[in-house]
Ligand binder design. Structure first.
Ligand code: 13P
Length: 252
């Protein structure tokens, strides 16, 4: 059985916050954010900050840990890469897969993303599969085609018993780091497409689907009120404890 929790607030720190900054972030955030029953908070720090995150969050088991990516193999000659078993051993419970920055900068295509998701599940971690369209794709009317391709590539390659364990993040590429947020209506419409594709591919239609892209304290309530938006995956606004704590207090 899944222990899906809504709303889910996830912080993707990308290439920000080293070990020292992580320790001070967690200290401050723990002061600001009280344990919130019925909500889930997950951090995706850089690998090198994982140890500092765990050490400084020891008294706050409600703050969960994930990694931003894993290699699809479990071990081997892959300089610079980190495997899912290592991430698990280090204390992670979650892993992102298919973030648009990985797709764009590191060449993670649909096949690689599918292999990563399978590996993440096999190692007992929980994947967050990131999908989303570019501005050109949206303007060309390809929203459904792109989301469908990205979701089908992963779900069609997974055995049926693994399908239930996915969490999804809809992150329109044009809204990431641009200050341009999808409107609640845009988000609701895209989440409905994601859910429809999950259903078509045999996945669990009540899966948690996060929205990501310029989420801020000022728009969290409206986004969480949008139908089908079960939480958020936050980049820039998660780097400041005050701002992320305000986001984690949203939607009530
Ligand atoms: P921003 O919140 O900085 O737009 O980033 C979103 C994102 O990519 C989260 O994974």
């Amino acid at each position: 059985m899944q222990d899906d929790v809504r709303p889910m607030f996830a912080a993707n720190w990308k290439m920000h916050l080293g070990p020292e900054e992580t320790a001070s972030f967690v200290q401050r955030f723990a002061d600001l954010h009280e344990v919130r029953q019925g909500a889930r908070v997950v951090f995706f720090p850089p690998y090198l900050s994982v140890g500092a995150f765990l050490a400084s969050s020891r008294s706050r088991p409600d703050l969960e840990l994930g990694v931003q990516d894993v290699h699809q193999e479990t071990a081997g000659a892959h300089t610079g890469a980190v495997s899912a078993p290592m991430a698990k051993q280090a204390g992670a419970r979650w892993a992102l897969a298919g973030h648009s920055e990985r797709r764009r900068e590191f060449g993670d295509d649909d096949v690689a993303v599918a292999a990563k998701v399978a590996r993440i599940i096999d190692e007992g971690l929980r994947p967050v599969l990131c999908v989303g369209e570019t501005l050109e794709e949206r303007e060309a009317g390809e929203l459904e085609v792109v989301l469908s391709r990205q979701i089908e590539a992963v779900l069609s390659s997974l055995a049926a018993d693994r399908l239930p364990s996915l969490t999804y993040a809809y992150e329109p590429v044009w809204a990431i780091g641009t200050g341009r947020t999808a409107s609640p209506d845009d988000a609701a419409q895209a989440h409905a497409v994601v859910r429809q594709e999950i259903r078509r591919c045999g996945g669990r239609t009540d899966a948690v689907i996060l929205y990501g892209g310029s989420v801020k304290p000022g728009n969290i309530d409206a986004l969480l009120a949008a139908p089908g938006v079960d939480g958020v995956l936050v980049g820039g606004a998660s780097l400041d404890p005050e701002s992320f704590a305000a986001i984690c207090a949203g939607g009530v």
